[in-house]
Design a protein around this ligand. Structure first.
Ligand SMILES: CC(C)(COP(=O)(O)OP(=O)(O)OC[C@H]1O[C@@H](n2cnc3c(N)ncnc32)[C@H](O)[C@@H]1OP(=O)(O)O)[C@@H](O)C(=O)NCCC(=O)NCCS
Length: 178
């Protein structure tokens, strides 16, 4: 079961989401230094939940959150778009960056991976998005996440931005979006 959560609803389950975040990104082979429940619940999510068009989708099993994905409308002048823009140069920036829907995180608890939950979460996250362009960065090497994005039609824009991340874009087909 997948629920769509707005800012208030997402913050109400911030620690549950944080536990999934920490488990997924702290797993062997990921070892992400940000893989910490309270960092996610008290810093990362509250900050991002203030952004325009914030949307979070959460998958539950037996009432417990087992996965989530979220994003918002990103703009130049924010940290991530500016960092990506500096790496890709003016042509790709003009075409893709600013007013895009930015997929920030996707995580499924290791106990629940490999059952289609990640695919379902990304499908629900992007459903109804009205931005003409969507962007995300993911691992540059071959892993479940980039394979999943490609299956959903995301195109590889830059194979390695210079810090081990690849940039993917999606043309949502919304004709008069931002
Ligand atoms: C990336 C991630 C969210 C994917 O979540 P998931 O729920 O395992 O995703 P899915 O189940 O939809 O797909 C994963 C694999 O399981 C396979 N699968 C899905 N349902 C299946 C089923 N019923 N039986 C067998 N295999 C299945 C998919 O084909 C896919 O295979 P592939 O990796 O060889 O392409 C998860 O691996 C994760 O949290 N990773 C750590 C954090 C991360 O990388 N986040 C993304 C950062 S950009």
């Amino acid at each position: 079961m997948i629920d769509v959560l707005d800012r208030v609803a997402a913050l109400a389950v911030a620690y549950e989401l944080g536990d999934v975040f920490a488990a997924a990104f702290g797993a062997p082979g990921y070892d992400d230094e940000r893989a910490d429940t309270s960092y996610f619940a008290t810093e990362m999510l509250p900050k991002h939940s203030e952004r325009d068009d914030f949307k979070l989708v959460a998958a539950r099993r037996d009432g417990r959150v087992v996965g989530f994905a979220y994003g918002f409308t990103g703009q130049l002048g924010q940290w991530w778009p500016d960092r990506v823009s500096a790496a890709v140069g003016p042509e790709l920036t003009a075409e893709w960056i600013g007013g895009h829907f930015e997929v920030v995180e996707l995580a499924v608890h290791p106990d629940a991976q490999g059952q289609g939950i990640g695919f379902a979460l990304m499908t629900e996250l992007m459903r109804g998005v009205r931005n003409r362009r969507a962007l995300l960065t993911t691992y540059a090497d071959d892993r479940p996440a980039p394979r999943l994005y490609r299956r959903l039609g995301w195109q590889l824009l830059v194979a390695d931005l210079g810090w081990g991340s690849a940039l993917y874009g999606l043309d949502t087909g919304v004709p008069s979006g931002r």
